[in-house]
Design a protein around this ligand. Structure first.
Ligand SMILES: [Zn+2]
Length: 98
């Protein structure tokens, strides 16, 4: 995976101020999780809005242990909905302060 740009890093820092998208916790272990279900060429990295905020537990203990598909299915999200939520967060970010 290529390194995030400065703009991507700034966005992720904003994103992880939001509660964990899966469990709602607001601890300091939150990271931006880039969706792995999006089909893209190997050389292409995830788009800036193809991520959601997850806490360490949801991200590592659950999502990466059981697989992304199972993780989201268990919570009733389709891939389309997740992409929509990712875009919504990014739009909110772009609109902040306006
Ligand atoms: Zn969580």
């Amino acid at each position: 995976m290529s390194k995030p740009t400065a703009a991507e890093r700034r966005y992720t820092l904003w994103l992880i101020e939001n509660p964990c998208f899966a469990c709602g916790i607001e601890d300091d272990t939150r990271v931006g999780h880039h969706f792995t279900f999006v089909k893209r060429a190997k050389s292409k990295k995830a788009k800036i809005d193809e991520q959601l905020c997850l806490c360490h537990f949801c991200h590592i203990e659950d999502l990466h242990r059981h697989g992304e598909r199972t993780f989201w299915q268990k919570r009733g999200y389709t891939e389309e909905q997740l992409l929509y939520h990712g875009k919504q967060f990014y739009e909110n970010y772009l609109n902040k302060g306006k």
